[in-house]
Each structure stands twice: as structure tokens, then as C-alpha cells.
Design a protein around this ligand. Sequence first.
Ligand SMILES: C[S@@+](CC[C@H](N)C(=O)[O-])C[C@H]1O[C@@H](n2cnc3c(N)ncnc32)[C@H](O)[C@@H]1O
Length: 215
Amino acid sequence: MIKKIKKIILKNFTKSYWKSNISNNWHAKRKDESFDDFYDFAQAISNKIEDLNFDTVIEIGTGAGTLISLLSKRLNTYDKFIGIDINKQQIDENKKNYQNLDNVEFIYMDIAKYINDTNLNNIAIVSQNTLDYFEKNELKKLFSLIHNKIKNVVIVVSSLKSNIELADSIDRKEADFKVYSHNYYALLKEAGYELMSIDSISDREVVVIAGYKLS
Ligand SMILES: C[S@@+](CC[C@H](N)C(=O)[O-])C[C@H]1O[C@@H](n2cnc3c(N)ncnc32)[C@H](O)[C@@H]1O
């Protein structure tokens, strides 16, 4: 019982942290420091999804909008690029900073609510450095929701190579809240995704995992 209460508090605390203005310092630092990550992942995603006959790319947890804006410049076979986030300030800033990109939209909403409330088909969903903050059951629910609601969809996430070996998710403390190492390949498979691929990117220990559901 106590374990269950602790789990709920931590989950809510993590979400409150990302929603709050305190996390905006994190975003400002990340924007300056990690451009290579964004470039490598944007390239890997583009290679994976450019030839699919899909219309829209949706990013879960867009933060300062770097990845989705890079994708919008690379993937000219797609019409629309949508960055979703629960942090209002980041979304407001992104709307101003990227107003010159006509095909990019930013939405302040929880991703599960967005998927649940929106009619979607032929969608590529991408996420970097965000799903590690979802607790395992929340993530399982999200993967199932996407699978049930969207007819043709691919999910592309980045992870550490070693995580593909994990028999179960592991939680570790970062700052004052939990962050998880998930085996995304296993979780996508469990949620019913097929035609999955795992690709190494650059010479780092990072892999890109793609799970498809095509009907
Ligand atoms: C660690 S940051 C990563 C941001 C960005 N992807 C990057 O790599 O810099 C996680 C982001 O996910 C957002 N986020 C967390 N839970 C979310 C949810 N349920 N729906 C949408 N966004 C969420 C947070 O507000 C935060 O901006």
C-alpha cells in the first residue's frame, strides 16, 4: 500500500516538475548544450520514415521544439509537424520562435489527452528523452492508446543499446524524482506493434527503435 502511494506521489511530482516554470532552466540549458543529439536523431528518424506514405509527424514532449523544427526542414514528404508538451511556457515560446515555419504547430496538452481526443491516421510519432519519465504502466497505456486510436502509425524513439536487454523497466533517481530505463522494444511488442527495427546511430551507445502498426 505504502509502495503504491509512493509511486503515485512520485509520478505526479515528476509531471508537476515538467509542467512548472522550474523546468524551464533545464530546457534553456539543453537547448544550448545538446545540438548533436538532436541532429543525429533527426537524421535517423528521417531515414526511417521519409518513404512512408504518411502525412503528419507528432513529437511527444517537444520541450524547446528543436527536434520537430529540424524534422520539418528535412521531411518534405510530410505536410504537418506537431510538437506536444505539458509545459505552457515552452509551447508559448516555441510558437514565437518558430512562427516562420508554416508547417509546424505547437500544442499545450498532455499527450494521452491529445491522442484520445483527436482523429488521427497516417502518423509518425517520435519522442526523445521524454518517455523515460513515464512510469511503466503509464507508458504501456499510452502505447496501447496510440495502437487502438490510430490506423496507420509508426512510433520512433531513441534509447540506450543496453536497455534492449532489460527484462523489466528499472527506476533510478534523478534530481528529486524518478526516471526510468525502459526496454522500448519489448514494450512496443507487448502493445501489439509489428515490423520493428533497431538501428544504431552514429558511434554512440544510442539506438533508434521503430514499431509500426499498419492496417
Ligand atoms: C526531459 S524533457 C525533453 C524535452 C525534449 N524532447 C528534449 O530532448 O530536449 C521532457 C519533456 O516532456 C514533456 N512531457 C512530460 N510528460 C508529458 C506528457 N504527458 N505529455 C506531453 N509532454 C510531456 C515535459 O514537459 C518536457 O518538456
